[in-house]
Design a protein around this ligand. Sequence first.
Ligand code: T4K
Length: 400
Amino acid sequence: MSKLRDLAILGGEPAFSDSEKLHVGRPNIGDRASLLKRIDRLLDTRWLSNSGPLEKEFEQRLAEMVGVKHCVVMCNATVALEIAIRALGLTGEVVVPSFTFIATAHAARWQQVTPVFCDIDPRTHNIDPAQVERVLTPRTTGIIGVHVWGRPCDIDGLAEVAGRHDLKLLFDSAHAFGCSYKGRMIGGFGDAEVFSFHATKFFNTFEGGAVVTNNDELANRMRLMKNFGFAGYDEVVSIGINGKMAEVAAAMGLTNLESLDEFIAVNRRNYELYAEGLRGVAGVKLIEYDRGEENNFQYVVTEVDEAAAGLTRDELMRVLLAENVLARRYFYPGCHRMEPYRSDFPDLHLPETEGLAARVLSLPTGQTVTPDAVGLICDIIRAALGRAGEIRGLGAPPEV
Ligand code: T4K
């Protein structure tokens, strides 16, 4: 890592070399010895999948942590969402925010349920219950709330709308493992909640996900669904799919649980350093977390205001890319602007979602990002804004 001399976009050396490239979503990895010991054991016993002992232990640990009756772990969160959608009996239309990862919408659509997009509250980045109410139709059977960046959405507001219209309420909690809402851990709200343990999440099982719920019957149905509908060795009682988690993934999960507090502490440290480094930088605003709640701080998200910063979000992102800082513009351009939804709803305009999708820039954090690296990234941002005129003078940069 070199000190920042001249910005790479203006002809200087990149602050980070190719081998030091910083990514958003670089995996956190817990204690290797502990992981390898578990893998050795599972290889010795030759029990690799299908409700193995590690999967059971992992489910139990997660349910205890979150404070729910049932945790059903799965191969990833997208399949977990699909299974939850199907097990809840959602049909017709479900209301989802457009400002989310495409998997939220695709999971519904893959189950032949139409995702109907609604706008967000620009202050929280989350689905807005008042906007949900506007897009309900007689075909609506449910709402999928998303806790974007791990910041809980207005759960009470959504529950109120769902209750009044007799709708199911599912949460895509892919970002919110380890977070709380009004003092209760995320996971116990609505009819069910879905976590992602994908490699890029702060807590990962390589690939993985889970549905958590307090509903016994729903949990049973999902357990059958994730295992082809098998109720016994030779007895299939319903249609199902293969949504199982491999034992090696559960081994990673159990190992990473042992380092969960450390992962959160590192994220928190980096978040605080970014906050300090970007303090007073006009036009680059870091999102805030409610300090009265549990947070995982896994996303360091800024909003770039072109008028105040002198650069657009995309211009600033190109400056960072040139320095080998792979910042990401999640969730640009919004699900409703991606196929097949763009063709399904060609006239749909969601002003808050579209405005936010043009401002948001996510910065690297996690185990692989050191305090020095955070300092350097903040220096790059400050330098870029200080030389906005020259950067703009470079003309229209190529599309990223
Ligand atoms: N709902 C929400 C709200 C979600 O955010 C997600 C997933 C889901 C549902 C579905 O969960 P899963 O079915 O995946 O369990 C990434 C992840 O693939 C995706 O899981 C995540 N959200 C989303 C926000 O981010 P991409 O397209 O950004 O991935 P990619 O390949 O560009 O990787 C991101 C960065 O991470 C890259 O710079 C490279 C780095 N990376 C990635 C992997 C996989 C590594 O350094 N090592 C790795 O092993 O989607």
